[in-house]
Design a binder for this molecule. Structure first.
Ligand code: 8YV
Length: 325
């Protein structure tokens, strides 16, 4: 019987307080330079590890998981989204997978409203005008945008984050429509209009907010055909996963004016985003900042650690165990 602490690989340089606790609880293999591991590098770095603390974008696909050392028993992701982990492949190898729900709901809903308002009110053009010394003064027609109050907001994916977005949007007296795998009970629905078929919701979306996870069913869901069902001049917001949007289709609609503007915090293939976005004045773009507050990133890290500690130190199931769908 050995008293060695379980070894845990941190694939990223996590917040300082999180790494301090990681190093206190485990034999931590840290990544202070925040080097990005590809699949083979991740396999190599996890030699002798009992657990892996990873993040979105890490290549924990079937191939990587199949090659992981036999010692690895848990993958704890520092994220609520877990499309980067092949849960079925992990389950096949008897590796538990956990995520960090709840703690980033508010921060992500806040950034969704920032994207919604930033797109509607032409924030990118305004800040650019000012910072490039091109503001010659107020004028009555300057940077007039899309009015928000009272408009219809369609939310694709009414989970925790979608509901928090709806709560915030109600403060703007927006009329909430939503589509979700299942209808919410009245106390959570709060008068919002449910659309069993998400396509049927599109004609009601003056604003469309994507808050659904990335799955085979949502891959490139916002495509040319669906954009065609939105009211002319609608605003599209995505703070979930870039892969839910067909970039070519959205960029074409932003160029033609079919879509008035977009507020995007996430991108397919990020950080190498579709080049077409860079030239669009009517795209308000952020670099995946949804959960980027000190409090939230710490809470995510502590939750990822709760999962690792329950499993590796207490022999319990991780509280946020993820199951293959
Ligand atoms: C995280 C996120 O910062 O948790 C998620 O799913 O999208 C982000 O807000 C990121 O994924 C960290 O791994």
């Amino acid at each position: 019987m050995t008293n060695r602490k379980p070894r845990v690989l941190a694939t990223r340089h996590f917040p300082p307080d999180v790494e301090t606790r990681l190093a206190a609880s485990f034999d931590a293999v840290l990544n202070p330079e925040d080097r990005l591991y590809d699949g083979p590098a991740l396999v190599k770095a996890s030699a002798g590890c009992d657990g892996i603390m990873c993040a979105a974008g890490d290549a924990l696909n079937a191939e990587t998981i199949a090659a992981l050392p036999a010692s690895v028993r848990i993958i704890s992701t520092f994220s609520v989204g877990y499309e980067h982990v092949d849960v079925a492949a992990a389950t096949k190898r008897n590796i538990a997978v956990s995520n960090t729900p709840d703690v980033l709901t508010d921060a992500t809903a806040d950034i969704t409203l920032l994207c919604l308002l930033g797109a509607a009110r032409r924030a990118h053009e305004g800040t650019t005008m000012l910072r490039t010394h091109n503001w010659v003064g107020w004028n009555p027609n300057q940077l007039t945008g899309v009015h928000v109050t009272g408009k219809r907001l369609g939310i694709l994916g009414m989970g925790r984050i979608g509901q928090a977005v709806a709560d915030r949007a109600r403060a703007f007296r927006m009329q909430i429509h939503y589509s979700n795998r299942s209808r919410l009970p009245p106390d959570l629905e709060k008068g919002a209009t449910f659309h069993a078929n998400a396509d049927d919701m599109l004609p009601y979306c003056d604003f469309l907010s994507i808050n659904a996870p990335m799955t085979p069913a949502t891959h490139k869901w916002v495509n040319a055909e669906r954009i065609g069902k939105l009211p002319k001049g609608a605003v599209v917001v995505n703070t979930a996963r870039g892969g839910v949007v067909d970039d070519d289709a959205l960029i074409a609609a932003l160029k033609s004016g079919r879509i008035a503007s977009a507020g995007l915090d996430v991108f397919d293939g990020e950080p190498k985003i579709h080049r077409g976005y860079y030239d669009l004045e009517n795209a308000f773009l952020l670099p995946h900042m949804g959960s980027a507050t000190v409090e939230t990133r710490n809470a995510m890290g502590f939750k990822a650690l709760d999962n690792l500690e329950a499993f590796l130190l207490k022999g319990q199931a991780p509280p946020d165990l993820v199951k293959a769908s």
